[in-house]
Ligand binder design. Structure first.
Ligand SMILES: NC(=O)c1ccc[n+]([C@@H]2O[C@H](COP(=O)([O-])OP(=O)(O)OC[C@H]3O[C@@H](n4cnc5c(N)ncnc54)[C@H](O)[C@@H]3O)[C@@H](O)[C@H]2O)c1
Length: 434
């Protein structure tokens, strides 16, 4: 079984099933189609299936032409899970959020696997890519896979391989980002390595699914903690009248031992604000507290509020109140040059400002209409930036530094700019760094 599966991936005559066609699943499906595989995509969202059938992209940085080419090469998508029998591998790219108590919510993964268990057969490879705590594959996938009577490592293969993506970064693509793979048994690892080597340039095997799960968490915790550190440094520097961005630029000239991280209005996206708490939760089972994670979380979670207070103080200095102030938030995506607003601190700030009585609008070239998200809703569309529009606002709150913004033009027509990204290097009265 193992040998024939490996050779089917080498010969590219295996069928690759991708379950969950979002930010992670769609590019992966496209990559396997490019690599010459027949790809079957599964999602519960009918609109995504329809978009793929008509070759319309629903993710800004993925051009429709790539979907069109993949569809021509045999990429199909469906909501019908009984078709999983046709796939040789099922790669799960499902959401792993936190619940309202900030605990892991693995229901998307477990519900989906429960739904496909009746269709599992000999020769299936199950690979989980969703970010999660160490032990998930063994604790949640293994018993479900074995409930079929199939033997893991002999009949069916279990793998964990975390996704690494940096949306909007043109220097990397799915093929060129090294892929970590852990298997439940040695045979699982061999099969998993063959699965990923058939589409990704470099595969990095590790000794267990747990080690692979922990690797992904280390990467994201490393980011969250360092961003927390630099956000704390920003608050101290601000009080001391020092520009933290100037300090980071200077420190970055050190050719060893220093990696720059940049402060901002808080953490955003599906990963960095969420993933570290998967480890925090699991560590408690072992009687351990993850103090760095908690501390960084505390600093980062408070950043939107800190920026709002800076904005209030800046208005106050001009004899204005936040109540009734007209505020335009520039950029609501969680980071530059993407259209993803999940967990975006810009939206948190919009909410805080509105609670204090400000009249809030936004401008974001990547988000034309305020999207439906879980926590907040604003009945707003992106405002076009003309000279007249810019000068109408008491404050322009620069939350996300998209390249599409014309920062000189913005500066020229602004009354007051609160810059949370260090875009403006000049010291000018109307620019407040926050
Ligand atoms: N977005 C990133 O940059 C990124 C990077 C690395 C890792 N991750 C991790 O990858 C995982 C997926 O993230 P994402 O950003 O792709 O999420 P996403 O929300 O963009 O995509 C998830 C997809 O799963 C679908 N789905 C939900 N329930 C389903 C079900 N029962 N059956 C089939 N499909 C279902 C949704 O409709 C959606 O299309 C998460 O664990 C995330 O932490 C994301």
């Amino acid at each position: 079984m193992k040998k024939s599966l490996i050779s089917r991936f080498k010969n590219k005559d295996a069928v690759v099933g991708i379950v969950g066609l979002g930010y992670v699943g769609l590019p992966l499906a496209i990559r396997y189609a490019e690599a010459g595989f027949k790809v079957l995509g599964f999602d519960i969202d009918e609109s995504k299936i329809e978009s793929i059938a008509t070759s319309q992209s629903y993710i800004e940085h993925i051009p429709s032409s790539k979907i069109e080419l993949s569809v021509k090469n045999g990429f199909e998508a469906t909501t019908d899970f009984s078709q999983v029998v046709e796939a040789d591998t099922l790669i799960f790219c499902l959401p792993t959020p936190l619940n309202k108590y900030r605990e892991p919510d693995l229901s998307f993964v477990t519900d989906t696997i429960d739904e496909i268990v009746p269709y599992l057969r000999k020769g299936h490879i199950l690979s989980l890519e969703s970010t999660t705590y160490p032990g998930t594959t063994e604790e949640l996938l293994l018993p479900r896979a074995e409930s079929t009577g199939l033997k893991v490592g002999e009949d069916i293969f279990l793998v964990y391989s975390p996704e690494r993506e940096d949306p909007g970064n043109p220097n990397f693509e799915t093929r060129t980002i090294p892929k970590i793979v852990g298997g439940y048994t040695e045979a699982c690892l061999e099969v998993g390595t063959a699965l990923y080597e058939s589409a990704i340039d470099q595969v990095v095997p590790v000794s267990s699914t747990k080690a692979a799960e922990m690797t992904k968490l280390l990467e994201n915790i490393h980011r969250a903690v360092n961003i927390g550190l630099v956000n704390e440094m920003k608050i101290v520097a601000d009080r001391m009248g020092i520009d933290i961005h100037e300090v980071i630029r200077a420190a970055s000239t050190k050719p060893f031992g220093f990696t720059p991280f940049y402060p901002g209005p808080g953490l955003g996206g599906h990963c960095i604000p969420i993933d570290p708490f998967y480890l925090t939760w699991k560590a408690r089972e072992y009687g351990l507290n993850t103090r760095f994670i908690e501390l960084a979380g505390e600093v980062n979670i408070n950043m939107p509020r800190w920026v709002v207070i800076k904005t209030m103080d800046s208005l106050n200095e001009l004899g204005k109140s936040i109540n009734g102030a007209k505020i335009l938030v520039l950029g609501i995506a969680y980071k530059k040059n993407v259209d993803d607003v999940r967990e975006s601190p810009a939206i948190e700030m919009m909410n805080l400002l509105q609670e204090k009585g400000a009249e809030v609008h936004y401008s974001d070239p990547h988000v034309p209409v305020f999207p439906r998200i879980r926590k907040y809703y604003f009945d707003l569309s992106s405002v076009e930036l003309t000279a007249e529009v810019l000068s109408h606002y008491d404050v322009l709150l620069l939350a996300t530094d998209h390249d599409k913004f014309d920062f000189d033009f913005i500066q020229k027509h602004a009354e007051l700019i609160v810059d949370t990204r260090g875009v403006y290097t000049t010291t000018m009265e109307k620019i407040i760094k926050a």
